[in-house]
Design a protein around this ligand. Sequence first.
Ligand SMILES: [Zn+2]
Length: 422
Amino acid sequence: MRYIKECGQTKPNTILQLLYIRSCYASQDQLTDEDQHEIQTICLSILKNNSHLVNSTFMEGIIMGLCCTPLWRNSLEYLNNFKNEKDIKIRAYSCTIFKAFKEEEIDIGWSLIQTMYNQHEILLTSVFAAWFNLCDINKNYSYQKVLEFLRDNECIVRTHLAELIHEKYKQYGSKITTTIIKPDGRCTNCNQILKPVEITNSEFKALQESFMSRVVIGKNIFNNSSPQELNNFKDFIKNTAPYDVVVDGLNVAYAYRGKIANDSLIKIVLKILIKQKSKVLLFGRKHLVQQLGNEFNFIKRNVNIFFADDLSKDDPFLLYAAMYSGIQTKILTRDLMRGHKFLLNNSKMQNIFQKWLQKNRLILKIRPQNEVFIRNPIPYLQTTQESGKGIWHLPYEEIKEPGSWSKPNSSPDNWMCIKTLD
Ligand SMILES: [Zn+2]
C-alpha cells in the first residue's frame, strides 16, 4: 500500500484499499500497532466516503479490517445495522467471532454463533475450533459449551464438526467412541437410554394454534388451491376427524417406486392399516383410484378418502388433517416437510414441530420378498443430549452438502458416545 501511495499520482481507490485490508486480515498475527492504526484509519475513511456503496461484500471487507484492530467491536454495530441479516456474509460473522474469542469476549462470540446459525442455518467448524483452542489456553472455559449449544439448538452436525469434537475430547482424555443406538434408544456402548421424544398437551396446543393461524388463515401455503376446495376439505375433516393415521397417498404411491414389484404399495399399506383397525384418512389425487384397482370399493368402505385437484400442494392438507385430529394422530409420508417449519413464527415452535413430526411420523419399511411393514416412530430424541452424569450422545450425519447441517428430519447416520471429564 505504501508502495502504491509513493508511486501513484492519486490516492489508492476504494477497491484497492478493500483488497489491501483483506490481505492484512490474512496476516493479522504479524501486524504492528502502526499497521493496525493504518488499517483502522483506512476503514473509517472509506466508510465515511462511501456510504452509498454499502453492501454485504463491502461491509465484509470493512469488518475484516476492523477485526485486525482495537476497534473490532464496531463490527457488532455494523452487523446489527444490516436490515436483512441474511445479507450479512458468513465471513463477516466468523471474523468477528474469532476476534471475540481471542479477546475472551465469550458472550459476544457465542451470541454471534447463535445469530449466524439462526440466519444462515450453518455451523462453521472453524468457529467451534476457535472455541476449543480458547479452552486449551484458558482452563476456565469448557469444551462442554459446544455440546450444550448443539443440545439447545437441537441440531445434527456433519462429519467435519463431529471429527473435531472427537479429536478434541480424545486429546483431553475423555472416553469418546462411535456407537450404535438400538431401536429402543439404548446406547450399545454405555447402556444408557436416550431421552424420549416428548410433547406436552400445551406444546401441541400451541403448535396447533400456530399452524392454524399462521399457515391456514394466512393461506400462504394453500395458494394453489381454490377456496372452494379448501372449504370442502375443512368441512370433510370437521365431519370425519379424528383419525388414527393420515396417509400421504401420492407420496406412498410414488416415493418408493421400483422398490416393490407387481403390486400397488398404497393398496398394501391401506390394507395393513385397515387390518389394524385404524381410522385412516387417505389424501391424494383421483388417479390413485387406478392403483387401488379392484379393491377400491373395499378400501373405500374402510378408509376416509379425500382427493384434491392436481394443482394443490399436499402437505398443508396432510398437516391440517393431522393437527386437527389431535396429539395422537400419526402421519404416513416420506416428505420431510422442510418448508413448513420455517413458516411457523419462532424457533421454539419450529422445534416443537420437529418433535411432533418425529413422534408422529410412521415409517414404511420394505423387506426383500416385497414384505411391507409400518414401523412406529423412533421413540428417542435424535439430538445431542446428556444421558447421565457426564455422558453425552451426539448424532451426526455424513457430509451431503459441505458446511451445512440439518434438523432431525430423518434418523441421523451416526452417533457418538462421550464420557466427559468435566
Ligand atoms: Zn453411550
